[in-house]
Design a protein around this ligand. Structure first.
Ligand code: GDP
Ligand code: ZN
Length: 385
């Protein structure tokens, strides 16, 4: 359980001018968090200037698995339903309530005020408390609280972390054995993202119907030795689909991989009722067009969700700095403490235990190249698509 401490924070209640993040930061700087009576909820106070202020009582909590601190607003839970955000688009968040019904939810103003970046207020996968609005059709509600997140996938844009998906247990890293050709370096990159997020990666190699499976074994061996689960699949021929179903049943899954590898086809094979759109590889569907990058949770008939990430391109998940990369390479990590220089990058230094391990075949040479590419910040354009 995260450390919990009761706090009180003041917010301007001024309808003409929207509250801005700056107000909050400024007030925090001036007053900090005050300790208060946990019995108090929310009140609008007396007169004059002060009446424009609303005091919200909440708790300071760790809101994210990286230990970022935020505020949990106290809400009247008896009037709220718990729910899961299926998709988040600012004002129109689709929430699946604990009652099994879907609600279009807005976000309570004060939550937006608290966010350091408005785009993060609510993301797909969030567990929320929301208040249904009676008599609305389609059903509407207001999100009152976002529960602490775990297993978040983020990208960084202009140096800021941008969470795009929350509460994910597993990342299905999908590549195809052919058409498009297998790109192990891309798998490695997703592995680093998953390791960083604490999400269990599952390597899925689809379209094995197009190749001699024996040729894939060396690669499968390298990943299996590191303790990663590798599935050889064919969405069209049904190969490995039962095993995939078993894996997907083990926790909520986000699906990543370049377009055309068969992500939608695999999900449709898992649950034919999904009927996700499958596009021909040659069809240039992603490039140029401004497709939505919003992730969407898709409920499965068998229970749980998979996350459909239509427009999220591989490199958008990249939120890792070069110094961190070795720590997220399971095969490189055991050697780094034996290097001569504590700040060794394992690329050009002498007496590097990692390079020695590559020379001794203890680390796969292709994996090492992949590591070097990531440290150098390499982004080959063909991998963007
Ligand atoms: P996505 O972009 O990753 O969602 O890929 P799609 O599911 O849209 O599939 C892209 C193309 O690959 C379609 O033409 C599918 O019919 C084809 N495809 C998908 N899975 C397989 C497979 O297992 N084997 C073969 N041969 N083709 C497949
Ligand atoms: Zn080294």
């Amino acid at each position: 359980m995260p450390k919990k401490r009761k706090i009180r924070a003041d917010f301007r209640k001024n309808r003409e001018k929207p509250a801005r993040v700056r107000d909050w930061t400024q007030q925090f700087a001036e007053h900090g968090f005050e300790t208060s009576d946990p019995e108090q909820r929310e009140r609008v106070s007396g007169k004059g200037d002060i009446s424009r202020r609303r005091t919200v009582i909440g708790s300071e909590i760790s809101t994210d698995d990286d230990g970022t601190f935020g505020v949990e607003i106290d809400v009247d839970e008896s009037r709220c339903l718990s729910g899961r955000v299926l998709s988040a688009h600012g004002l129109f968040n689709v929430v699946l309530g604990a009652d099994g019904l879907q609600y279009q939810c807005a976000v309570r103003r004060v939550l937006k005020t608290l966010a350091t970046d408005e785009r993060h207020v609510v993301v797909a996968g969030d567990v929320v408390l929301f208040q249904p609005i009676e008599g609305t059709e389609p059903r509407e509600g207001v999100i009152e609280r976002v529960q602490p997140r775990y297993g978040t996938l983020s990208r960084s844009s202009r140096g800021r972390k941008h969470v795009i998906l929350a509460n994910v247990d597993q990342l299905l890293i999908v590549g195809s054995a052919a058409e498009p050709r297998l790109k192990p370096n891309l798998i490695d990159r997703f592995l680093v993202s998953a390791e960083k997020s604490g999400i269990r990666p599952i390597i899925c190699i689809n379209k094995v119907d197009l190749v001699d499976r024996a040729a894939l074994m060396p690669l499968v061996g390298v990943y299996s030795q590191m303790g990663y689960r590798v599935l050889l699949l064919s969405a069209t021929d049904g190969i490995g689909i039962e095993r995939l179903r078993g894996v997907v049943g083990g926790g909520e899954c986000a699906v990543a991989g370049q377009s055309g590898v068969g992500k939608s086809s695999l999900l449709n094979a898992l649950d034919p009722e999904l009927q996700l759109k499958v596009s021909a590889v040659s069809e240039d569907s992603q490039k140029g067009k401004h497709t939505t990058t919003a992730a969407r949770l898709v409920p499965l008939r068998s229970g749980g969700f998979v996350v459909d990430t239509p427009g999220i391109r591989p490199f958008e998940l990249w939120d890792v700095i070069p110094e961190e990369v070795a720590g997220y390479f399971r095969d490189v990590r055991p050697f780094v403490s034996h290097c001569r220089f504590p700040n060794c990058t394992h690329t050009h230094e002498t007496d590097c235990a990692v390079k020695d391990a590559v020379a001794d075949d203890l680390i796969d040479a292709r994996r090492y190249e992949s590591y070097c590419g990531m440290v150098a910040g390499e982004t080959r354009s063909e991998e963007h698509t």
